[in-house]
Design a protein around this ligand. Sequence first.
Ligand code: MLT
Length: 398
Amino acid sequence: MSYINENFLKLQDSYLFSTIAKKVAKYTEENPDKKIIKLGIGDVTKPIVPACLKAMHKAVDEIGTTEGFKGYGPEQGYEFLRKAIVENDYKARGITIQEDEIFVSDGAKCDCGNIVDIFAQNNKVAITDPVYPVYLDTNVMSGREITYLPVTAENNFKPELPKEKVDMIYLCFPNNPTGTILKKEDLKKWVDYAKENQAIILYDAAYEAFITEENVPHSIYEIEGAKEVAIEFKSYSKTAGFTGVRCAYVVIPKALKGYTKEGKEVSLNKLWNRRTCTKFNGVSYIIQRAAEATYSEEGKRQIQENIKAYLENAKIIKEGLEEAGFTVYGGINSPYIWLKVPEGMNSWEFFDKLLEEVNIVGTPGSGFGEHGEGYFRLTAFGTKENTIEAIERIKNWR
Ligand code: MLT
């Protein structure tokens, strides 16, 4: 008999975005003449920028030659990309990270999910609520105890330090789903807590490129001492439009230690490297060349244009909803807009109404956790035309 991992039975039946996709597919089938505007899952709509395309084409041609052919690459990522990451994402911000502290991967979702492999089951995990479901579900799958840290309008979307001691803390800022941020002094409290409690912060910085305000950290390593307590996740999905191409990276500083039951220090970088070599064969050469091109002058400029356009969409959504009388959060340093659903409705009811009455898809706040109830998320990743149309529809509907 093959016994299952019964922790899976504790999960909700379906992953949030799959449930939404199914609901939308059903509605579309029953109403084929309706134009549905999707502002639900945070998938981008702008095509891959020319600088990355050019790099991909070149790499494709290269591997078709005897001299340029690439077989298995380094599991941790090619040196050219790790070097570009160190220089551009860290050194340029005054942060020293070594190349061998970077692990290139096929996505931040996968990294956030896989990282639990190197941690013991009896670690107590703190996650914010509402939260990107991957942190929660992957810890439920591996049977860990969860402490929820509410992030709501009442605490200005700043989680409070846990009352009881926790060992692993997931933070995502700019936040998915609320679109809100932590200032440097707010994040410092978490780094200090982690130091005092020998805890690890798993910091998801996938939306860092959308920060527009001062004093908002782009990397947790801007905070002194963070290299001893934090792992950072970064992604090319929402910047270079790699949601389908797949490329990301995780930073595990060598100063970061975990502990055996006996209290012996162990390098987490070493453990992750061991896991990576065993379970992963690296991201394809073609894709890593494309990721490298995001750091070229041309690539940087083209990506900035896309981010600017998505932030303009965010402004259109935020201001339009405010005009329509909604209370709205996020959307300034983030592609996500988090709104209060009208009184007397829960967030799934609002989802259904929005889909059926104005043919717009968003994400119900309660799908991100109990404290997301009463809220709703819209993304700024749609096209400008669709974003304007969606907001007009909502204004007329209200
Ligand atoms: C979201 O909509 O929250 C994101 O697109 C999910 C993801 O990046 O996996």
